[in-house]
Design a protein around this ligand. Structure first.
Ligand code: SAH
Length: 216
């Protein structure tokens, strides 16, 4: 069983300071991340490493994103309380928790059954409520859209049209784009029906965004 000890809290505070010093200035993002015990989202054996600013393995050969990446993507999304957010790549559910802590309504899709199931149990235990879907994030979730924000947490070889279409006008899509293990972070703002503003931010490394659901 995981416990959130003073030691964990102290390590977490240090990590948050490190994020602030590396350019994450959105206080609401930092405060949300200060509240969430990241080690709960990782294997118990990684307990001591959870507050290093690094990605770590989770089940199904996937990773929990690096804290800096989570903070950076969340900051780019410019979320407001009550916003409707679509997340592609639930993974551990850590990013989901950050979005929920910010007071948003989250719809999250995962293609690995095991992760989809685990994240639901964990978030429920921690008292968070999200809408979980097992499926292919390339298609988005049209019936629940349009969204104020869409965040993709896997490396996409291209920008899926469905995700752009499911944004509200004024809505923001944050997506790492690129093949192999290097992506460029894109922020795409829907400025009008069929009109988009594209901005690029530095290099990141993600596990790949894959089509369909995973075969066992
Ligand atoms: N936000 C997560 C990141 C997990 S890694 C976290 O910090 O824990 C990215 C996740 O995206 C993986 O779990 C992977 O299975 C998932 N993924 C990849 N392609 C996908 C797709 N097309 N639809 C839904 N999820 C996808």
């Amino acid at each position: 069983m995981h416990q959130d000890t003073y030691k964990h809290k102290g390590q977490r505070k240090k990590l948050i300071e490190e994020l602030y010093n590396s350019g994450i200035t959105d206080k609401s993002v930092l405060e949300a991340m200060m509240k969430i015990p990241r080690h709960f989202f990782m294997d118990i054996g990684l307990d001591k490493l959870a507050y290093q600013n690094k990605a770590f393995p989770i089940a199904a050969g996937q990773t929990i994103s690096q804290p800096y990446t989570v903070a950076f993507q969340t900051q780019l999304l410019e979320v407001k309380k009550g916003a409707k957010i679509l997340e592609v790549g639930t993974g551990s559910g850590y990013q989901t928790a950050v979005l929920l802590e910010l007071g948003t309504k989250v719809y999250t899709i995962e293609r690995q059954k095991e992760l989809y199931l685990n994240a639901q149990v964990l978030l429920k235990t921690l008292g968070y409520k999200a809408n979980f879907f097992y499926g292919d994030g390339y298609k988005g979730k049209q019936s629940y859209g349009p969204f104020d924000g869409i965040i993709v947490t896997a490396g996409a070889p291209f920008i899926p049209d469905a995700l752009k279409e499911q944004l509200k006008i004024g809505g923001i899509l944050v997506i790492p784009v690129g093949e192999n293990d290097k992506q460029i972070m894109y922020k795409i703002t829907k400025t009008d029906e069929n009109e988009f503003k594209e901005e690029q931010f530095g290099d990141f490394r993600f596990v790949p965004m894959l089509e369909g659901t995973a075969k066992k």
